[in-house]
Design a protein around this ligand. Structure first.
Ligand code: E4P
Length: 217
């Protein structure tokens, strides 16, 4: 399972990269705004800065919502760096754009996916990644993990190569459940990734080992 970090914060991206477990980064306009990155030039530069920290794929989201503008914006993003994956919203023009990008060899991440039908369309259009938002589904009392299971079954039935990128991950058990179901990738905040480290028995055990070592020396 690939681990992506869902942030535009360079310090957090660097921390995850230094941990040695990072496979990529996802961003979105809200995450960029949270870091105070505004204006097209600054946003483009920030994507390059992110690519220079990580070895893997970096999702960069288009703002346009009509076919022609999505193509123009997506091509400009893809030209920034070979690691860039163009993130396109799950709308009609977005699906058309994903098909176009796929034929041009430009990799895509179909975002804002909340149903199995949408995921099926994204795969048919040739998306590299599909991003079902599991946390946001949980927020409206719908089990986001059920959606991951449905998409896994559909993609396996027809051997679609689109990778399931479980997004909107909110806590460590989301990551564990996604791994059990067979999501190809998960993207979440650094806090959820680091929380996988924790177990009280590890802390107690380590403390005892260190105390016993001191006794013997
Ligand atoms: C995915 O690519 C999105 O950036 C992200 O996972 C959304 O997560 P949120 O629901 O926590 O905003």
């Amino acid at each position: 399972m690939k681990f992506f970090i869902d942030t535009a914060n360079l310090a957090q991206i660097e921390e995850a990269q230094n941990l040695g477990i990072l496979d990529g980064v996802t961003t979105n306009p809200s995450l960029m705004a949270k870091e105070g990155i505004t204006g097209s030039d600054n946003i483009m530069k920030h994507y390059v800065d992110i690519c220079n920290i990580v070895d893997g794929d970096v999702s960069a989201e288009v703002i346009a919502t009509d076919f022609e503008s999505i193509i123009k914006e997506g091509e400009a993003l893809a030209e920034l760096h070979e690691q860039i994956v163009v993130k396109v919203p799950m709308i009609k023009d977005g699906i058309q754009a994903i098909r176009y990008f796929s034929e041009q060899g430009i990799r895509t991440n179909c975002t804002l996916v909340f149903s199995a039908g949408q995921a099926l369309l994204a795969a048919k259009a040739g998306a590299t990644y599909v991003s079902p938002f599991i946390g946001r589904l949980d927020d409206v009392s719908t089990d986001g993990l059920d959606l991951i299971m449905d998409i896994r079954q559909i993609y396996d039935n027809y051997e679609f190569e689109t990778q399931i990128l479980a997004a909107s991950v909110r806590h460590p058990m989301h990551i564990v459940h996604c791994a059990k179901i067979g999501a190809d990738v998960m993207t979440g905040p650094l806090s959820s990734i680091l929380a996988l480290l924790n177990h009280p028995l590890t802390d107690i055990g380590l403390q005892k080992f260190l105390e016993d070592y001191k006794k013997g020396n």
